[in-house]
Write a protein that binds this ligand. Structure first.
Ligand code: BG6
Length: 482
């Protein structure tokens, strides 16, 4: 037998999320959501992840506060730049656009019987513009933002009622746009609920108290069941494929000390695989029993929940990948990363925000994910957050982003030769958006520059960066190759 490995064509894309991109927070009948309450705060350090978790008190204050700037309320003003932005993405030549739909724009409080007509009208226009441009649609149904009413009146995802409201929201999406959406993601980075419960599951902390872990896992469990029920319904009503998504941190042991390696196994299990295991295998992995027992974590799981999870697993697996991480059983110098704080890796350079740049880690992650689940994979987020400079002649020379993309794309191709089944690559924040972690506009990921600063000052005009031409040519040459 002669053996042969080969690269295959994949979908090249770009992504935004409604809360970080749309703005228009009080337009067209939209309800307030959890992200609308997060203020811009000056960044103090790059060594820790700025979580900015809100309490009942600060949420209440944010509703009345007219002085502070709330970046998510403006986003990138996508609400007023729809046609122009879709035209730019068309010119870029991407095959697929990942966007999220705002639950609070469709159901302002979240528990209404009928959707908001203006919200439907807005998304009718959004989806038809994308479709006209020829791009496929990858829809994230929840990307952190939860109607605030559900948090204040139901306790966020701690409450089982949210599953019912979520299914109603999903049914509306299927009925209105089910014939044009290609891929669905019920929850963005579902493991974020564990690291960042306010963003992930809409949980408010009591002042000066840590989160109640039983409530965190009860909430996550409700999201697992909601995700499986959405898949159950979706498979009956629409033709699109359904995925799950986790944030991947790609752990390396700091040394060959067996304890560093054992720590890698447990960190990776609980921080990354746990949620994907439930959603792709259909049951809780054994290692979580010990985790829950040792922490006295208890939550309700019904027999019906177990059936729904078992029978409705994800069609594909997706993940975000920005940086690799290091496990060490000794105290070592730390650095920030997406959602996690980790040990510094002496072999890697990091971004200004401390995230350790590691293209090979992407290949490692692709191999591990495929090995574990044997399902097709979407890299649903990847990219470089950096401070770009708009020159006087309105050009932006982001050679560092081009280098980042080039090196990561090389590793995607290597992973294909390793035999990994990759459906697509989606560049994060393809048009500059507000950072989800640190609430800044100046941490930019896009190939399109949006002229706005951390305090919302600027024209919000769009300018193509050097990386725009580079990504465009890359996609074109990929099309010619296959
Ligand atoms: C992911 C999120 O965690 O990372 C995105 O899904 C986020 O919403 C992205 O924007 C990058 O993180 P940040 O904090 O740089 O915006």
């Amino acid at each position: 037998m002669k053996f042969h490995c080969e690269e295959k064509p994949i979908l090249w894309g770009g992504a935004t999320a409604s809360s970080q991109y749309e703005g228009g927070w009080d337009k067209g009948g939209k309800g307030m959501d959890t992200q609308d309450c997060r203020p811009y705060l000056v960044r103090t350090s790059n060594a820790t992840t700025e979580t900015r978790l809100l309490t009942k008190k600060s949420v209440n204050e944010s509703k009345k506060d007219k002085l502070k700037f709330y970046p998510f309320r403006s986003g990138s003003d996508g609400y007023n730049h729809l046609k122009e932005d879709i035209q730019l993405l068309k010119e870029l030549g991407i095959d697929i656009y990942r966007l999220s739909i705002s639950w609070a724009r469709l159901y302002p409080n979240g528990d209404e019987e009928e959707p908001n007509i203006d919200g439907i009208r807005y998304y009718d226009e959004v989806f038809s513009e994308i479709k006209k441009s020829g791009m496929k649609i990858f829809l994230t149904m929840t990307h952190y933002a939860l109607p605030l009413y559900l948090v204040e009146h139901y306790g966020g995802w701690t409450n089982r009622k949210l599953i019912e409201f979520y299914i109603r929201f999903a049914k509306t999406i299927f009925e209105k746009w089910g014939d044009i959406i290609d891929y669905y993601l019920p929850f963005n980075e579902i493991n974020a609920g564990y690291f960042s419960p306010y963003n992930g599951v809409g949980l408010l902390r009591e002042e000066n108290k840590p989160y109640n872990q039983s409530l965190v896992f009860q909430s996550l469990h409700h999201q697992f069941v909601a995700s499986a029920k959405v898949i159950e319904l979706g498979h009956k009503l629409v033709k699109g494929k359904f995925g799950c998504m986790v944030a991947c941190f790609c752990y390396y042991p700091y040394s060959c000390n067996p304890l560093d390696n054992m720590k890698l196994v447990t960190d990776e299990n609980t921080n990354t695989w746990f949620c994907a295991d439930v959603l792709t295998r259909g049951y809780y992995p054994n290692y979580m029993t010990r985790f829950f027992e040792e922490r006295n974590i208890e939550f309700e799981v019904t027999e019906e929940d177990e059936r729904v999870l078992r029978e409705n697993t994800a069609d594909f697996v997706s993940f975000s990948y920005y940086q690799s991480s290091v496990t060490s059983c000794e105290e070592k110098e730390k650095t920030a990363g997406n959602l996690v704080v980790t040990t510094k890796n002496p072999y890697l350079k990091a971004t200004e925000w401390g995230w350790q740049i590691d293209p090979v880690g992407l290949r490692v992650t692709l191999n591990k994910v495929y090995d574990r689940y044997q399902k097709p994979i979407f890299i649903s987020e990847n990219g470089l957050g950096s401070r770009d400079v708009l020159e006087e002649d309105k050009t932006i020379h982001d050679s560092y982003r081009i280098q980042y993309l080039k090196e990561h794309f090389e590793q995607i191709k290597e992973a294909q030769l390793d035999g990994v089944d990759i459906l697509g690559y989606i560049m994060w924040g393809v048009i500059d958006i507000v950072s989800a972690g640190s609430c800044e506009m100046e941490k930019r990921y896009g190939v399109v520059y949006v002229d706005a600063d951390n305090e919302g000052k600027g024209t919000y005009q769009r300018y193509k960066k050097d990386s725009f031409e580079w990504y465009k040519n890359f996609i074109k040459s990929e099309k010619e190759r296959f």
